[in-house]
Design a protein around this ligand. Structure first.
Ligand SMILES: Cc1ncc(COP(=O)(O)O)c(C=O)c1O
Length: 394
């Protein structure tokens, strides 16, 4: 009989099980909304990135259905061959207007936007200076580019400065940070990093995946929040989180976008979004512009929930956004907290290494604009009971 050449994967899985880190995928049996059904259980959902509740917003749903009726379900090609529909161009125009940049290119996902852009604009002669907690898609983009990578400690502007100062004059370099860090919910020090980039003549790039729709006027992101328009050369956003649909985009100069049209590999070699996706994203921009009170509700809920968790004595780290981690340290304990919360009717995922550094395991919570106060109070009561039972709080 043939020996299984993948047997080492089975051994890896056994090791995850032995450490209490093996996860079954949770199955959502209803819509992505604040109270839903997961694995046959009615739960308050604190696990999605659906910040504004747009996954089920009637305007987005209607526009997606209308686009499907008019244009079909798929595009049948990559953007550069026959897969660019008028609706894709309309979305890019609307996003560029919204982000106040010359142009925008839309990718299949935020992951593709980061990885495809960094690897397209840099080669092995370049250097990337990158925050240690930047998203995996940035790290993969850096690796694909074959540029040298200098990682600086989280948000440490002095360390980033030293890294840039050590480069030879005229060295092509990219300084890159997340706008909102996805596991801790804190903000990148954009004004200081922009100044550094200007002093050293390097490219400034921000991944604003968790800030689009959340920070800045009408959800324009951290560039707007910090007032650094015109100082960030490459802005990445996603359409998969607060926007409620799917996709990622890069906003910047006309030449940057034209270059990515020619060189970004996910754009060149992967089929474009179905028309329904583009249509729903356009409707989401309309909602951000016409119903900004949704963003106010998100922030009201965020303040209420954060105060509740901190009042119970949980370590919620340094979050400044609707992402609130409940840090417990040990990976197995984080999974236990998540499992017992689930049994109590609260869906909040446990996250351990390698997604977060070892010893920093946590349950990550995200409230949305559409949670009711009763739902959030129900979740806080469950956190109190389970946290005490596990000895995390007293
Ligand atoms: C900071 C950050 N950047 C990029 C992405 C990728 O976005 P998408 O889910 O659209 O691929 C994510 C999502 O996980 C993220 O958290």
């Amino acid at each position: 009989m043939r020996r299984d050449p993948l047997a080492y994967l089975t051994a890896e899985l056994a090791s995850l099980k032995a450490q209490g880190l093996y996860r079954q995928l949770r199955i959502l049996e209803d819509e992505q909304k604040p109270r839903t059904t997961v694995d046959h259980r009615d739960v308050v959902n604190l696990s999605s990135n659906n910040y504004l509740g747009l996954t089920t917003h009637p305007r987005l749903r209607e526009r997606a259905l209308e686009a499907t009726r008019r244009f079909g379900v798929g595009t049948g090609s990559v953007r550069t061959i026959a897969g660019t529909m008028a609706i894709h161009m309309e979305l890019e125009r609307r996003l560029a207007e919204f982000k106040q940049t010359e142009a925008v290119v839309v990718f299949q996902s935020g992951f593709a936007a980061n990885a495809g852009t960094v690897s397209a604009i840099l080669g092995k002669d370049a250097v990337v200076v990158s925050d240690e907690l930047n998203h995996a898609s940035i790290i993969d983009g850096c690796r694909l580019s074959r540029a040298s990578i200098k990682v600086f400690p989280h948000k440490d502007v002095d360390a980033a400065r030293k890294a840039l100062q050590s480069l030879p004059a005229g060295q092509r370099a990219l300084l890159i940070t997340d706008g909102v860090f996805s596991m801790d919910g804190d903000l990148g020090p954009l004004p200081e990093l922009c100044t550094l980039a200007e002093e050293h003549g390097c490219i400034m790039m921000v991944d604003d995946a968790h800030a689009s729709g959340v920070f800045g006027r009408n959800g324009r992101g951290t560039i707007d929040h910090f007032g650094v328009h015109g100082r960030v050369d490459v802005q990445v956003g996603t359409l998969s989180k607060a926007i409620g649909v799917l996709g990622g985009y890069v906003a910047g100069s006309r030449d940057l976008i034209d270059f990515l049209y020619h060189r970004a590999r996910p754009f060149l070699f992967s089929t474009s979004h179905p028309p329904a996706v583009a249509a729903a994203c356009i409707a989401a921009i309309d909602v951000l512009l016409e119903e900004p009170q949704i963003i106010d509700r998100l922030w009201d809920n965020t303040k209420f929930f954060k105060a509740g968790l901190a009042g119970l004595g949980f370590d919620t780290g340094s979050s400044e956004s609707p992402i609130t981690p409940v840090i417990v340290g040990d990976g197995a304990l984080a999974m236990k907290l998540s499992d017992q919360l689930f049994a109590a009717g609260v869906f909040a995922q446990g996250i351990a290494a390698p997604t977060v550094p070892p010893g920093k395991a946590r349950v990550r919570t995200i409230v949305t604009a559409t949670h009711t106060r009763d739902e959030l109070q129900f979740a806080l009561d469950a956190f109190a009971r389970v946290g005490r039972a596990l000895g995390i709080i007293s």
